[in-house]
Design a protein. Structure first.
Length: 288
């Protein structure tokens, strides 16, 4: 068990995809090809690939079979997100969400993915305590579905719940396969210290998005890992601790508004490779 370096494929080159007018299958395979190339260039083995079921909505069963084959042939390790979880007072909305999740988890399973991430789709009319209540209610059901398939599920921190609330939700759900995806940069959005928030969530952490931000133009803007505000020398060892029991994927993410994505990706992957070598994580490079 240990660290696998990966790519949040769609986000890393989303500006290039938009500028080229790519959609559907073409957009997906553009980022897929970039991810495969990164694995080969830097020697990550396997190379993680992080994508969601919604990003392959264009795919029929034949397309899914083809993609599964390409993942295997390219020595990729898939982390497939199952989509949003509706947190609502409306029982019909909650139930419809659960039915869609049931279908999506089967797709996740078909890729051999062990871990699947998600975000909660909240309704602003529900009070903060109510949102947590409904999230716990929904995740107990989703957790059972996932457990039956041998899948772990983890909620990403983005721009709403802080680390205390994410830990509270995980504790109240009380299932070993329901936890947290720790995004190194996003803690800044909810005004938390990324190092302390990462440490707080560590017992429940199953997956990571490794990204850096600078604050400019009133926006947390993506830059190359190591070029921004995040203290990776403190955070990466913490996240690596989550890989002691089961492999953890460090899905590198470039989510920039104006930088060159290829340059940011190259600098980020070189940083991660150097860190793995320096800190004894040769397993990320296919070495035991």
């Amino acid at each position: 068990m240990g660290v696998i370096v990966g790519s949040l494929a769609g986000q890393n080159w989303h500006r290039q995809v938009r500028q080229r007018g790519l959609t559907g299958r073409d957009a997906f395979y553009y980022a897929f090809g970039k991810t495969v190339a990164v694995g080969k260039k830097y020697g990550f083995s396997p190379m993680g690939i992080d994508f969601g079921v919604m990003s392959i909505a264009w795919a029929h069963e034949k397309d899914l079979d083809e993609l599964r084959g390409k993942i295997k042939d390219s020595n990729l390790y898939p982390m497939v997100g199952f989509g949003p979880v509706a947190v609502s007072n409306d029982a019909e909305v909650r139930n419809a969400s659960l039915e869609q999740i049931r279908k999506n988890l089967r797709i996740v399973k078909s890729f051999g993915a062990r871990t699947s991430n998600f975000g909660c789709q909240r309704n602003g009319r529900v009070t903060p305590s109510g949102q947590i209540k409904y999230a716990v209610m929904q995740l107990k059901e989703v957790g059972k579905m996932a457990a039956d398939l041998g899948i772990r599920i983890c909620q990403e921190n983005f721009d709403w719940w802080d680390s205390y609330e994410l830990v509270q939700i995980s504790q109240e759900v009380g299932m070993a396969n329901v936890g947290i995806q720790s995004d190194t940069g996003n803690w800044l959005i909810v005004r938390e210290d990324p190092v302390e928030a990462t440490r707080r969530c560590l017992p429940y952490t199953m997956h990571a998005h490794v990204r850096d931000y600078v604050l400019e133009n009133d926006t947390y803007n993506g830059v190359a890992v190591g070029a921004g505000l995040i203290d990776f020398e403190k955070i990466l060892p913490l996240l690596a601790e989550a890989g002691r029991k089961e492999d953890i994927v460090f899905s590198m993410e470039v989510d920039t508004d104006d930088r060159d994505e290829d340059t940011c990706a190259a600098d980020s992957y070189q940083y991660l490779k150097d860190w793995c070598v320096k800190n004894g994580h040769s397993e990320a490079l296919g070495k035991k």
